[in-house]
Design a protein around this ligand. Sequence first.
Ligand code: NAD
Length: 487
Amino acid sequence: MKHFSQYIDGAFDAGSARFDSVNPATGEVWASMPAASAGDVDRAVRAAHRAFVDSDWSRMTASARGRLLWKLADLVEQQAPRLAELETADTGKIIRETRAQIGYVAAYYRYYAGIADKLQGAHLPVDKPDLEVFLRREPLGVVAAIVPWNSQLFLSAVKIGPALAAGCCIVLKASEEGPAPLLEFARLVHEAGFPPGVVNILTGFGADCGQALTAHPLVARIAFTGGPETARHIVRNSAANLAVTSLELGGKSPVLVFDDVDVDSVCNAIVAGIFAASGQSCVAGSRLLVQHGVRARLLARLADRARAIRIGDPADPATEMGPLATRRQREHIETVVAASLDAGARLVTGGVTPAGAGNYYPPTILDCASASTPCVAQELFGPVLSVLGFATEDEALRLANDSEFGLAAGVFTRDLARGHRLVRGIRAGIVWVNTYRAVSPIVPFGGYGLSGLGREGGFEAVLEYTRTKSVWINTSDAPVPDPFVMR
Ligand code: NAD
């Protein structure tokens, strides 16, 4: 049994309460985690506020902040195998994916390390004589960051990186599911040499720890990733501190496939889009919209490919799909798949929960007759692909936009003009054409509609952790004129 600590004000502590973490592949308790209380949250936010207002951090040059972030990136890279093992043990995400993703986490920290000393204010050519006006770009203050259980190191990097590059301090709440890699990452923050209080990492439950964090009066900025229902709680809660808030939420991303494509190549992209991470990805391409001419061929090919996926121990490098992170999540998927079959969906493959330990669920494809089938409308966050057919480009676009979400979309066609028309018409924050799931530190990420507010990744993300201060300087030696004489 492993024991993890939280990290507050530059020190590790066990927390007043603890909870057990279960390995999703075996169903066994393997680690004990601190459950942060409202008191722990208050301590962490006050430490972050002290560090922001008056500390080595608040006096540090932007270049020195960048160097610390760069050092953190090096440490993440060096410790990647260990962090990947912990993430696999605590969330069931397969080791191939955790290794690859953590390598990329280091790249995100390096990208933001490079931005730290490139944030600039501006000089404004004001329409008044004898006045110089410039804008200072200043950090917002204490950031409350909250992440869900999937890809916690990655989802934290897109918050910690820009927040620190901007000069903010941060209190990050890991999810109560699978927090091990983030609590271990806190050791790297410590080793990198950030002054106490600059980065604080807690884990605990939404109702006490999350609630206390997002309502804390010293919090100036909230960065949240998770589901829309929790986001609504957080927005209501943030009425207390009126913090600037970004929300990265769910998705029901459409993948549009036209008759002119190469079926084998598209098949690989669709499989990666929905079955990678066992479908537990916000950008999962979970709604396949396929033109009638290629529908039967593509479905047959997809079913063969899905059945060939190697499901097993997530720690085995040969495994291609692991378990779901929680039993509750699997039960939810079982319920929605059953309701979809009752509503007339045809089971192409999968759909039957295997016997035995672990939260396994097979790659599942449901061919649906109507957009109102439950699996077409709801985000399942699992390995379930819902399929709808279409005849024309207009119908494809209408179906693609028939969702309250708008995180991502994929378009597969060889017709360049059609690709551009769809890019314009699709309401989503990311559109991939003839590819799927590509990400980069340089490219913003975020959604339309119920998929959220604000953008993470890219240069603009850092600006979302800053505000401007307008400074007016009188350059005249003349006395200030009488205020009651209009000029
Ligand atoms: P969730 O909303 O249940 O939980 C997310 C986090 O919020 C957890 O840390 C949880 O403890 C915390 N929380 C819960 N109640 C809270 C409250 N009242 N106040 C403050 N914090 C609270 O989400 P989940 O089930 O862990 O994750 C899955 C969801 O995350 C899916 O909808 C998925 O699409 C979304 N997601 C989005 C992105 C993105 O970038 N758009 C990325 C990954 C996951």
